[in-house]
Design a protein around this ligand. Structure first.
Ligand SMILES: [Mg+2]
Length: 337
C-alpha cells in the first residue's frame, strides 16, 4: 500500500479551483519565466501529489521531493508527498490520487517511475510533471527538459502540453518500445551494478554483441507490409533510449505517429561500427538501417520476443503497437507547432 509520509496543507480557495488545463500555454510560445515581477504566474489552488521512490536516486529523491513540495506550497498549491517503493505500490498511489481528484502528479525519478505514472494518467486530464532522479532519464533527454533541480521543479509545476503515448495491449510507454538486441542489452544492464549511467548500456551492448542474432518479423505499418530480419527494431515516440542513445532522431512525441527504426540484419563488425553513431543519431544514414513512420504496427513472428518500453516489459510478439495521440498532459513541455 502507498504510504503518505507527510502532507503540507496550504490555505487555498476551495471554491473555483481552476481546471488543470486552464493555464495551458498555447503551442509555439516560449516557456514563461514564472518569477516575473517576483511572483509565480502559475495559478494557485491545484491539488498536487509529489511522488517519489525511497529506493531510487540514492537519497537524492527524498530531498527533491521535499523541495518540490515546499515550492508547490509556496505557489499556493495544496500539495502532499506520496512515497512508494515498488512499481505496483506506485501505481496504487497514483490510482488513489486520481480517486481523490488530484490535478497534478509530480514524479521524482527516472523513466521507470514515469512509466508507472502514465499507466494511470494516460487519457485523463491529470498533469504529470517529472523531476529527474536516478539513472535512466531518456524521456528528459529526448524532450530537452532541464535536469538541474531548480529548473526541473519549476517546469514540473508549470504549464503542460499534450504528448502522444505508445500502447501495447493495455500497457502504455512514453519513450521507445523495442525488441531484439536492445532488449538483450537492457536485460544485461539490469544485472550490472557498474558502471553506472550510459556507460552501463555501452558495456552491456559490448557483452551482448557475441550472442547477437536476427529476428525474422513481418511488420505491418499502417497497412504497408515489411518482411524483415533485423537485429533490433525501435518503435519510437521520443528519440532516445538506452541511456542517451538517439535511436530515432526524427521521432517527435506530438506528431501522431511512431518513428520505426529497423536495424539490420548486420554483421557484428557493422554493429560495432554503428554503435558509436547511435549517440548522435547518425546510424540512420547506414544502408543496414531503415526508418518508417506510422500510427499502428502489427508485428508477426513465429517466436515470442519480449517488447520493452521505458526499460520495462510491456508485451511480447506477436502483437500490435499503437500510437495514442495526445494521451498525456506533460508539464513543462510546450510543444512548438
Ligand atoms: Mg511521434
Amino acid at each position: 500500500m502507498p504510504l503518505i509520509i507527510a502532507a503540507q496543507r496550504t490555505p487555498t480557495a476551495e471554491a473555483n479551483v481552476p481546471h488543470p488545463q486552464a493555464n495551458r500555454q498555447p503551442p509555439g510560445l516560449a516557456y514563461p519565466d514564472p518569477h516575473v515581477n517576483g511572483a509565480p504566474q502559475q495559478q494557485a489552488g491545484e491539488r498536487i501529489g509529489v511522488w517519489w521512490n525511497p529506493r531510487a536516486g540514492r537519497g537524492v529523491a527524498r530531498e527533491l521531493a521535499e523541495r518540490t513540495l515546499a515550492e508547490a506550497a509556496h505557489r499556493g498549491h495544496d500539495a502532499a508527498l506520496l512515497a512508494s517503493d515498488s512499481a505496483q505500490a506506485t501505481r496504487s498511489a497514483a490510482e488513489e490520487a486520481m480517486a481523490k481528484g488530484l490535478d497534478r502528479l509530480v514524479v521524482i525519478g527516472g523513466d521507470g517511475t514515469v512509466h508507472q505514472a502514465i499507466q494511470v494518467a494516460a487519457g485523463t486530464p491529470l498533469v504529470v510533471g517529472v523531476v529527474p532522479a536516478g539513472s535512466g532519464n531518456d524521456l528528459i533527454a529526448a524532450l530537452g527538459l532541464d535536469t538541474t533541480p531548480g529548473a526541473a521543479i519549476d517546469r514540473a509545476l508549470g504549464p503542460s502540453s499534450a504528448i502522444d503515448l505508445l500502447r501495447v495491449d493495455d500497457r502504455y510507454g512514453v519513450t521507445v518500445a523495442t525488441l531484439g538486441f536492445s532488449v538483450a542489452v537492457n536485460r544485461r544492464a539490469e544485472t550490472m551494478r557498474w558502471p553506472r549511467g550510459s556507460a552501463k548500456y555501452t558495456a552491456a551492448a559490448l557483452r551482448e554483441l557475441a550472442g547477437m542474432r536476427r529476428y525474422p518479423l513481418i511488420l505491418d505499418v499502417d497497412g504497408r507490409r515489411l518482411d524483415v530480419a533485423p537485429n533490433l527494431v525501435a518503435f519510437a515516440n521520443t528519440s532516445v533510449f538506452g541511456g542517451g542513445m538517439k535511436i530515432a532522431p526524427g521521432a517527435r512525441p506530438d506528431d501522431g505517429r511512431l518513428e520505426i527504426v529497423v536495424v539490420g540484419p548486420a554483421s557484428r563488425t557493422t554493429m560495432l561500427r554503428l554503435l558509436p553513431k547511435v549517440r548522435a543519431g547518425r546510424h540512420v544514414e547506414h544502408a543496414a538501417v531503415s526508418v518508417h513512420r506510422g500510427a499502428r504496427v502489427v508485428i508477426e513472428s513465429d517466436e515470442t520476443h519480449e517488447i520493452r518500453a521505458d526499460g520495462e516489459i510491456i508485451g511480447s510478439t506477436p502483437t500490435e503497437i499503437e500510437l495514442v495521440p495526445a494521451a498525456l498532459q506533460l508539464a513543462g513541455y510546450p510543444v512548438a507547432s
